[in-house]
Design a protein around this ligand. Structure first.
Ligand SMILES: Cc1cc2nc3c(=O)[nH]c(=O)nc-3n(C[C@H](O)[C@H](O)[C@H](O)COP(=O)(O)O)c2cc1C
Length: 158
């Protein structure tokens, strides 16, 4: 059975809230589909994820914010610093996208999400849709992103 991994890195909770919404939508799709579609949704905080764990994932969305001046959220710092310099695992079996959270008022807008995206691509990950960089008005754009995400994801979750 396919798994949709919803991974989030947050400092003030915005990314976690969006990760919860993605999880909920995935579960609603499952409930409506009955026996026609079966996949599992697993939501995890990146503080509990190691870069090597990505090597055994088939589908993942990473929702992550940027702090400081282009820095990772504190709780996801280890994961980010590790993946920025990683040369393994091979992620060619991973379908993924990044939903980056930030604020255009900062010079390095969504810098952490961008670097995580680039690092996963460098390890061979297959981007199923372009990274979306969200400004502070993310709530106004999330629904559209979510529809596009699940449309792209659907054929992969069978
Ligand atoms: C002290 C501080 C530093 C920040 N630094 C950046 C930054 O360098 N780049 C950026 O795009 N956003 C920056 N932000 C904006 C946050 O990424 C944004 O508020 C985001 O929605 C927070 O998501 P979270 O609650 O999941 O951590 C910063 C916010 C604060 C309060």
């Amino acid at each position: 059975m396919a798994t949709l991994n919803v991974l989030f890195g947050t400092e003030s909770g915005n990314s976690e809230k969006l990760a919860q919404s993605i999880e909920l939508t995935g579960k609603e799709i499952l409930a409506k589909a009955g026996d026609a579609v079966k996949f599992e949704v697993v939501r995890k905080n990146l503080k509990d994820v190691k870069v090597d764990d990505l090597g055994s994932m088939d589908n993942a969305v990473i929702v992550i914010s940027t702090w400081g001046e282009g820095d990772p959220p504190a709780s996801a710092e280890k994961f980010c610093l590790d993946i920025y310099k990683a040369s393994s695992p091979d992620l060619s079996a991973l379908n993924y996208t990044v939903l980056a959270m930030g604020d255009t008022g900062y010079e390095d807008f969504c810098g952490c999400g961008r670097r995580v995206d680039e690092a996963i691509a460098k390890l061979g990950g297959k981007q199923i849709m372009d990274r979306k960089d969200m400004d502070l008005d993310y709530a106004a754009h999330f629904e559209k992103w979510s529809v596009e995400f699940f449309t792209k994801m659907a054929p992969l979750l069978k």
